[in-house]
Design a binder for this molecule. Structure first.
Ligand code: HAM
Length: 422
């Protein structure tokens, strides 16, 4: 009986993994250039980490989280995001004690029970950074510079990308803004979707990122968080924008951008692509100055972002950057003829691989002609070991690009650099 994979959880097949590996390498290298060091946090956490950290009222926690009891009844969750986990680790290991800025990066799978579509899965992969310990607006700009730099490195067309930025202020600004929003939305209650009518009481900010058209139309006309900022948050946001200008980073102010997670304060941003359709956010992030304290640490400001690997792979491929290399992957394809040669071949292969030479052979009982066909598709050279060659302790090498052939002693083949042949 065939058992199928789970909806929304994709296999990444060997034809795709070279692109993923390249993206991961670029990401790691770039994040290191900005002083971030990798952190690996567990995929499973206490569910409470996200209900407290990300917010009980958010879509992610309320509707999308995979939650289950372990065998002793402890409620666990597959992580829907990593910021809460990184902050948990930061607090749990007392990493604040150094009093320094801590810069973390991560790569890995996240889980959200969403309706699958292009660029949206139930298991997806994020790359992200978290800089914990400084309120400096220059750090917000640095994080956005990092995001832009990644896209430049991957040679994505900048016309196809846009950075949306907003400030949603601090906890202190929230009540006044919430009331302004609630007042406006209550006056238009009839136009809200049933879900948002309920949110009007509990968390009107969430209405601003509802996907229903009626709610979106209202959101566009709603009071703007930037108009309710306290003087400190206003100055902070002005400084962030000034730094973005100094760095020459294109951005647009988007007053409707509030992001879907409750921990954000002050700066929020998304880098979006015109090549992605409805799920256009390549990455998103912002400040979360209250989260460390909320999760039991000392008051500590922080900023970060995360992006979806799948979406990045889609955009890079759409722009022609994902084509698999046409270079054969193996250095040598060994073609032994006869049982004795096959035995000797096993030893030769083991020796080649120990020397770091990519080599393979036929395990399907193919004829010489068919085996040479496989060699031609997968390797730069064929090494043919027939009975005659074996009795003379020799092996025949064939360069599969030029067709050139040469016979060399087996001892040499085993130990010396493989000659030629181009
Ligand atoms: P987020 O906006 O929920 O933020 O997710 C970040 C990115 O992950 C999105 O922009 C998108 O590219 C990708 N993503 C999210 N959900 C899916 C999905 N179902 N399928 C495919 N890709 C998806 C966060 O997760 C925050 N933790 C970001 C952050 C870090 N803020 C501060 N630090």
């Amino acid at each position: 009986m065939r058992v199928e994979g789970v909806r929304g959880m994709r296999d990444i097949l060997p034809d795709e993994t070279p692109l993923w590996q390249r993206l991961e390498e670029e990401i790691r290298e770039l994040f290191s250039l900005y002083g971030y060091r990798e952190i690996r946090v567990p995929i499973v956490e206490r569910a409470e980490l996200f209900s407290r950290g990300v917010g009980e009222e958010t879509e992610v926690v309320e509707k999308q989280m995979y939650v289950f009891p372990d065998r002793k009844g402890l409620m666990l969750a597959l992580r829907p995001e990593a910021t809460a986990s990184v902050v948990r680790a930061y607090v749990e290991h007392g990493l604040y004690a150094k009093g320094d800025l801590a810069k973390f990066y991560y790569l890995g799978p996240m889980f959200r029970y969403e309706k699958p579509q292009l660029g949206r899965q139930r298991q997806f992969h994020q790359y992200g950074v978290e800089a914990i310990g400084s309120p400096d607006p220059a750090l917000d700009a640095e994080v956005m510079d990092l995001a832009w730099n990644l896209m430049e490195r991957l040679k994505l067309r900048s016309e196809g990308l846009f950075l949306r930025v907003n400030s949603i202020g601090c906890r202190g600004d929230r009540p006044a803004y919430r009331e302004a929003l609630r007042g406006y939305l209550t006056a238009h209650e009839g136009e809200l979707c049933p879900e948002c009518r309920r949110r009007l009481e509990t968390n009107p900010l969430r209405i601003l990122d509802c996907k229903e058209e009626g709610c979106r139309a209202l959101a566009r006309e709603a009071p703007r968080s930037v108009d309710s900022l306290c003087p400190e948050c206003r100055a902070h946001f002005d400084a962030v924008q000034a730094h973005l200008r100094e760095l020459g980073l294109a951005h647009e102010l988007d007053p409707t951008l509030v992001r879907g997670l409750d921990y954000y304060t002050r700066t929020v941003f998304e880098l979006c692509s015109r090549d992605l359709g409805a799920q256009d956010a390549l990455l998103g992030g912002g400040r979360y100055d209250g989260l460390v304290e909320l999760l039991g640490g000392p008051p500590t400001p922080a900023v970060g972002f995360a992006g979806g690997m799948e979406r990045l792979a889609i955009v890079v491929s759409a722009q022609g950057g994902g084509a698999p290399s046409s270079e054969p992957e193996l250095d040598v394809y060994l073609v032994p003829i006869g049982d004795e040669a096959r035995q000797e071949g096993m030893k030769l292969l083991a020796a080649l691989r120990r020397r770091g030479i990519a080599a393979d052979t036929d395990y399907m009982g193919r004829s010489l002609r068919k085996a040479m066909g496989v060699a031609g598709r997968s390797a730069r050279r064929a090494a043919i070991l027939g009975g005659d060659e074996l009795s003379r302790r020799e092996i025949k090498l064939k360069d599969l690009a030029s067709g050139e052939e040469r016979t060399i002693p087996l001892a040499q083949f085993r130990t010396d650099p493989i000659p030629f042949l181009r």
